[in-house]
Design a protein around this ligand. Structure first.
Ligand code: SF4
Length: 226
């Protein structure tokens, strides 16, 4: 059997949705699409959120969550091998989650931070990423970090809406913080992964996304013998 495919939780969301061909090229041939401009400020905000919530009560994230605390932050997780009887290759998940909550009933919750407006369509879109972390935590590679069971999954979306001057030289951004709970459906996630692995097993990548200007640039360059 060929080496198992390494799948990143965020690629299962963004890259797969944008273009399965680019996803295929990255996983199968290690060809990475060039990074677009990503303002550093989002990384900074992400780090601030993680450090603000570290060790805090789960109720600070949402009053709808059970009693608990933010127990883990930014940890790499690797799943055991995932195999499907109908397919010839296996895969595994490797990625770094934002935070994990520990509830008093000894179950856990996976939370991802988003600096954005909270929209209902975020729930199905980011569900794969959250499920990928949850699956890797519940089914870790032998000897790797794991937690079981994961009972809650969700997004904390913070959308800046106002500013306030706190001190002479300090201004605070004020944001709406909205909790979006994502229903757990491990079987549905595994059915999705099976579809992904079936695409990766094909000898040829899927067609390019016709909306994408990167591939158009490559095709035009080839047409001109460049
Ligand atoms: S169309 Fe081409 S460059 Fe664009 S995302 Fe797909 S494979 Fe990547």
């Amino acid at each position: 059997m060929p080496a198992p495919w390494k799948l990143s939780p965020s690629d299962l969301t963004f890259l797969w949705d944008e273009c399965p061909r680019c996803f295929y090229l990255k996983v199968v041939h290690n060809i990475n699409r060039p990074w677009g401009a990503f303002p550093k400020i989002f990384n900074r905000i992400d780090k601030l959120m993680k450090s603000f919530f570290a060790g805090k009560s789960a109720s600070l994230i949402s009053s709808s969550l059970p009693e608990g605390v933010v127990r883990f932050g930014e940890k790499w997780v690797t799943s055991e091998l995932i195999q499907f009887p109908e397919l010839n290759t296996a895969c595994f998940i490797r990625g770094k989650f934002d935070i994990v909550l520990e509830f008093v009933d000894q179950t856990y919750g996976v939370v991802d931070f988003k600096t954005s407006e909270a929209r209902p369509e975020h729930i199905p879109f980011y569900s794969r990423q959250l499920h990928a972390y949850a699956y890797a935590l519940e089914n870790p590679k032998p000897g790797d970090f794991g937690l079981n069971p994961i009972s809650r999954l969700g997004l904390l979306c913070v959308e800046p809406i106002a500013m306030d001057r706190i001190l002479q030289d300090t201004i605070a951004y004020i944001g709406n913080a909205t909790w979006l709970e994502c229903p757990k459906d491990t079987m549905g996630f595994l059915r999705f992964l099976q579809k992904v692995v079936a695409v990766l097993e094909n000898p040829e990548p899927p067609d390019p996304n016709p909306e994408c200007s990167w591939c158009q640039y490559r095709f035009d360059a080839r047409d001109h013998g460049m």
